[in-house]
Write a protein that binds this ligand. Structure first.
Ligand SMILES: [Zn+2]
Ligand SMILES: [Zn+2]
Ligand SMILES: [Zn+2]
Length: 697
């Protein structure tokens, strides 16, 4: 049966690693993330497509006036929506008028109670629940007209009529947020709702539960029971009809995905492309893993630290998306492999790791970085026994609120401060001691989340992971780089068959949009700096250069028996002990920075300088940070600019002139703004020379 592929819906996993399915994680900052439902299902699922700006938005909001100018009609709508929300009503789009030359040239926005309800058509007369309409003929409105403002046809919108006179009572904030236009189920609540609904909870109990989780009272939820009901129904509908049919579709879609794997090797000519899958006794695909030719190449240089991200799940297919990343010499995330797993069991994760290692020709990474997950932890221990397992600190910190803020109430902030202190513990003994104190002080001895954290402390606590090699993966920039990569995958036009293409495009895109960082200018007169500049990538060089600059603030004292004690000239910090062996040019510092990040520390650099060593010993330039290891091809580099420095300078001087000229008057400034936005759009449409991005899906 040739059927239209299912709409693949990705959501962020929120199950709590404690194992209790009723417990879930609300990520800090999730409120602002946009939903990953793609356009086709968006309008069905969201209670309203109206943008609902937060009422606490800090921009000053003036009453609209006749003659007010907007760049676009959408901008005007957003503005009026925000104004309405603060003033106790909502708006809707009414009439628009269109002409051949101008397109839409007039738009009317009106108060939600404008007009009168149409008498129901005959067929609906017997409808048992005749609802009372809120429409009462209110005349509050904002009408917009479009005008041409420049010879090139550029247009703008102005307010042609405005009235804020209402013939009804305006609502208080606690009621206004319940108007349909402002109600919205945020992404962070969506999975929770689906999960509870799947577990058989009726909608009214789901709402009660969500209220309780937010501290009760009912006033906190940005949606009402009806929205939840609609949402659940729309999801069911978008995932379509009966389970039997759905399973059949899932099966055929996954088979097709498998087919596209074959195509990748054959027609697409990616000879290095590899894939493997597992199937159950009736031949149905369970899990699938794949890697592109480039991944294997990347792993050979950057496979020392691997990040295994498992934060997204497909609602449609019930599959977990796992993505393996490495960090390249420029500090960016590079794709190393992908898996789709049927569940998050230890068995599935173990298969993922085994397969990944096979793809990468048997090499185990030194360090693997993941989220907290029991199944994953066991799988890593089993499959990669000699690999260090690390959990990103932000995976821990982002869960603290969900775990402890309700239990601790007003003491939570104090707890957070204590936790941060704990993370600064200098040794394992110190950590253990502080942990006991913290847990007993806040009465968390029997708490299951505290127990979970403690049981995996060796993977996240800085004093434990200090000894593991992590390159520069612990930086916020690197997390962001992974995050935007994943968002590109899940936001794409997503049917399962396009996933290989999708991921491959995201991988090549991330290479292109990565700005080529120019080398920073020289900051010290140390010959070591010249040496490093000649060998390292700009990124690695800038990290090392920073250490060099700071090294100048350190004093060195040589002990009789060999080691050098290095300390800051005034800050009270722990002293470092540096061993230098001029024969084999080996240098070791007690801070372990080189072992941890692959970049020499300021203390070692200081000792080298004091010992009249004017170059950096070769073994301290790791292959992964060297220019020759960069994966960016020559062709690609040439495509980026004609002599980077010249190009940048020309740009800077042009923009400076533009700014000076534009600041002369408001008209000029507006004009520049408008033209620049258009220009940026046009530039984005120019395809990079060496890629062809197409979706036939
Ligand atoms: Zn939990
Ligand atoms: Zn009104
Ligand atoms: Zn050091």
């Amino acid at each position: 049966m040739a059927s239209k592929p299912l709409n693949n819906i990705w959501i962020r996993r929120q199950q709590c690693p404690c194992g209790d399915w009723k417990c879930y994680i609300r990520l800090d900052g999730d409120e602002s993330t946009t939903t990953t439902y793609n356009n086709a299902t968006k309008s069905e699922i969201e209670p309203s497509t109206t943008p609902s700006p937060s009422p606490s938005s800090s921009s000053p909001l003036f009453t609209p006036y006749v003659g007010q100018i907007f760049r676009t009609d959408d901008e005007a709508f957003e503005y009026y929506t925000a104004f309405a929300r603060r003033n106790g009503f909502s708006i809707r789009k009414a009439r628009s008028t269109e002409s051949q030359n101008l397109g839409v040239y007039r738009r009317d926005f009106v108060c939600y109670r404008s007009g009168f309800n149409q008498p129901r058509k005959k067929a609906n007369v017997e409808h048992p629940r005749e609802r009372k309409s809120v429409r009462c003929g209110c005349d509050a409105k904002l009408y917009l007209s479009k005008e041409i403002v420049a010879a090139n046809g550029a247009t703008q919108w102005y307010v042609s009529q405005f009235s804020n006179v209402h013939n009804h009572v305006l609502l208080e904030d606690e009621h206004v947020r319940l108007l349909p236009a402002y109600r919205k189920i945020q992404q962070c609540d969506q999975e929770r709702i689906l999960l509870l609904s799947k577990a058989g909870f009726p909608v009214n109990r789901i709402v009660k539960l969500l209220e309780l989780e937010r501290g009760g009272g009912g006033v906190e939820l940005p949606f009402i029971e009806k929205d939840v009901r609609n949402f659940v129904r729309a999801c069911k509908k978008s995932v379509q009809e009966s389970d039997a049919l759905l399973n059949e579709r899932r099966e055929s879609d996954l088979m097709e995905l498998l087919e596209s794997c074959k195509v990748f090797v054959g027609e697409r000519g990616d000879v290095g492309f590899v894939y493997e899958f597992t199937s159950d006794e009736s031949g149905r695909v369970e899990s699938l893993a794949w890697a592109y030719g480039e991944c294997v190449q990347g792993y050979s240089v950057f496979g020392d630290v691997v990040v295994f991200d498992t934060s997204y799940r497909s609602v449609t297919y019930g599959l977990i998306l796992g993505v393996f990343f490495g960090m390249d010499g420029n500090g960016n995330a590079v794709l190393l492999g992908c898996v789709l797993l049927q569940d998050e069991s230890c068995r599935s994760f173990a298969w993922a790791l085994q397969t990944f290692v096979r793809f990468m020709r048997g090499g185990h990474p030194q360090t693997i970085v993941t989220d907290i997950d029991r199944g994953l932890k066991d799988a890593v221990e089993r499959e990669l026994p000699n690999t260090n397992h690390v959990v990103f600190m932000w995976h821990v910190v982002s869960k603290l609120g969900s775990w402890f803020s309700q239990t601790l109430g007003s003491h939570y902030d104090e707890f957070r401060a204590g936790f941060e202190m704990l993370c600064r513990a200098g040794s394992v003994e110190e950590f253990e001691q502080q942990w006991d104190l913290l847990i007993s002080r806040f009465g968390l001895v029997p708490d299951r989340h505290a127990a979970l954290l403690y049981s995996c402390r060796a993977t996240w606590s800085p004093c434990y992971i200090r000894q593991h090699f992590l390159a520069q993966t612990m930086t916020p920039e690197f997390s962001l780089s992974i995050d935007s990569f994943l968002k590109r995958i899940v936001a794409g036009p997503s049917c399962m068959q396009a996933l290989l293409e999708e991921v491959s495009v995201a991988a090549s895109l991330s290479k292109q949009i990565t700005p080529r960082v120019p080398y920073p200018s020289m900051k010290t007169c140390m010959p070591m700096e010249d040496h490093a500049r000649a060998v390292l990538t700009p990124y690695a060089f800038s990290v090392l250069q920073n250490e060099m600059v700071l090294s100048l603030q350190y004093a060195v004292a040589e002990m009789a028996n060999g080691p050098h004690i290095v300390h800051h000239f005034k800050k009270m910090e722990r002293e470092c002990c540096v061993f230098w062996n001029p024969e084999n040019e080996e240098i070791h510092c007690s801070c372990k920075e080189f072992e941890h990040s692959g970049i020499l520390c300021r203390h070692s650099l200081r000792v080298l300088a004091v010992k009249n060593c004017f170059h950096i010993p070769e073994q301290y330039f790791l292959v992964r940070w060297r220019q020759e290891s960069s994966l960016v091809s020559e062709e690609n580099q040439n495509g980026m600019g004609i002599g980077d420095d010249d190009c940048v300078q020309t740009f800077q001087s042009l923009t400076e002139t533009l700014l000076t000229e534009s600041m002369v008057s408001k008209d000029r400034l507006d004009y520049t703004n408008q033209e620049l936005s258009a220009l940026i759009d046009r530039v984005r449409n120019v395809a990079p020379a060496n890629t062809c991005i197409s979706h036939d899906c």
